[in-house]
Design a binder for this molecule. Structure first.
Ligand code: R5P
Length: 261
C-alpha cells in the first residue's frame, strides 16, 4: 500500500494526475478521440494517468511505466437516465493483473443512488486493501455542477474517507475550500470540471486550492482541451511541484507556447 501511494504522491507530498477516463460515460470526448495520441506529449509531466481498462489495453503502450489509476466504476452514459446509477466494472483480479497503482470510483452523495455508490465504495475498499491497492474516491455531481460548494463537498469527502478511500478527488470551490480539506482525513486532489475560459483562471484555482490544503490535481479537460496542452500541464506542474504563483505559471505557459522554454 505505502509503495503504491508513493508512486502516486511524490516525495514533496504533491501530485499531478492526468485523467483520460471521460469516455466511460461521455464517449469520444472532444480532444480525447484518440486517447493514446492525446497523452503522448503530456506523459512526461504527469505523475500518474487515470483511465479505464479498455483505454489502457488498447491505447497505451504496455511499456509505459507511468503509474496507472484505474477507473473501476461505470455502467451509465450521458444519454441514459441517471449518471449516479454506477456499479463496479472491474474485478480485483483484473486490477492486480493490470498492475494498477490505484483505482478510482465515483460516489454520488445526495443522489437517488447514494446508498448503492457508497456500498460499492466499501466493497471496493475491502477487496483492494487485501492487495495493497489504494482507492481514490471521486465525489461526483453528475450533471448538477451547481452542487460544487463547500458544505456539500466537505460532506462527500469526509464520507468517502470514513468508508476507506485513501485519496479523495473533489471539485474546487472558491468559497471555504479549506473547510473541505480540513474535514477530510486523507489527501484531497482537485478535479477540473468543464474547460474554463482562460488559462489564468485554471492557474488561480489550482494555486488557491493548493494553498488551502489540496495535495494536487486530477485535471483533464482544462489540460488536453487547451490549444496548448503541453504549456498547460507544464504551468500547472510548476504550481504543484515548484510553488509557482498564478502569474508565474502564466509566464511559463506563454514561454512554452512560444517555444522559448
Ligand atoms: C469524470 O468523472 C472523470 O472521472 C474525470 O477524471 C474527472 O472529472 C476529472 O477530469 P476533468 O478535469 O476533465 O473534470
Amino acid at each position: 500500500m505505502k509503495n503504491r501511494l508513493a508512486q502516486l504522491i511524490q516525495k514533496d507530498g504533491k501530485a499531478l494526475f492526468l485523467p483520460i477516463d471521460h469516455g466511460y460515460f461521455q464517449g469520444p470526448t472532444h480532444k480525447l478521440e484518440k486517447p493514446g495520441e492525446t497523452i503522448k506529449p503530456l506523459l512526461p509531466y504527469a505523475d500518474a494517468i487515470m483511465l479505464t481498462r479498455g483505454v489502457l489495453r488498447n491505447c497505451v503502450d504496455p511499456a509505459n511505466t507511468k503509474p496507472v489509476i484505474l477507473r473501476v466504476s461505470g455502467g451509465t452514459s450521458v444519454v441514459g437516465e441517471d449518471l449516479a446509477n454506477e456499479g463496479l466494472t472491474t474485478s480485483i483480479t483484473e486490477i492486480v493483473r493490470l498492475n494498477a497503482s490505484a483505482v478510482s470510483m465515483s460516489v454520488f452523495v445526495g443522489s437517488k443512488y447514494e446508498h448503492q455508490s457508497l456500498i460499492n465504495l466499501t466493497k471496493l475498499v475491502d477487496e483492494c486493501e487485501d492487495y495493497g491497492v489504494p482507492v481514490m474516491a471521486v465525489t461526483a455531481v453528475g450533471k448538477e455542477l451547481e452542487k460544487r460548494e463547500a458544505r456539500y463537498l466537505a460532506l462527500c469527502c469526509r464520507i468517502a474517507a470514513e468508508l476507506g478511500a485513501r485519496v479523495v478527488k473533489t471539485y474546487y470551490c472558491p468559497e471555504k475550500f479549506h473547510k473541505v480539506v480540513e474535514g477530510c482525513p486523507v489527501p484531497v486532489v482537485i478535479a477540473g470540471g468543464p474547460k474554463v475560459d482562460s488559462e489564468l483562471e485554471v492557474f488561480e484555482f489550482v494555486y488557491d486550492g493548493m494553498q488551502k490544503g489540496a495535495i494536487g490535481v486530477n485535471l483533464g479537460r482544462n489540460v488536453w482541451q487547451s490549444e496548448y496542452p503541453v504549456a498547460m500541464i507544464r504551468a500547472i506542474r510548476a504550481i504543484i511541484h515548484e510553488n509557482y504563483a498564478p502569474k508565474e505559471a502564466q509566464d511559463l505557459f506563454e514561454q512554452v507556447k512560444a517555444g522559448k522554454a
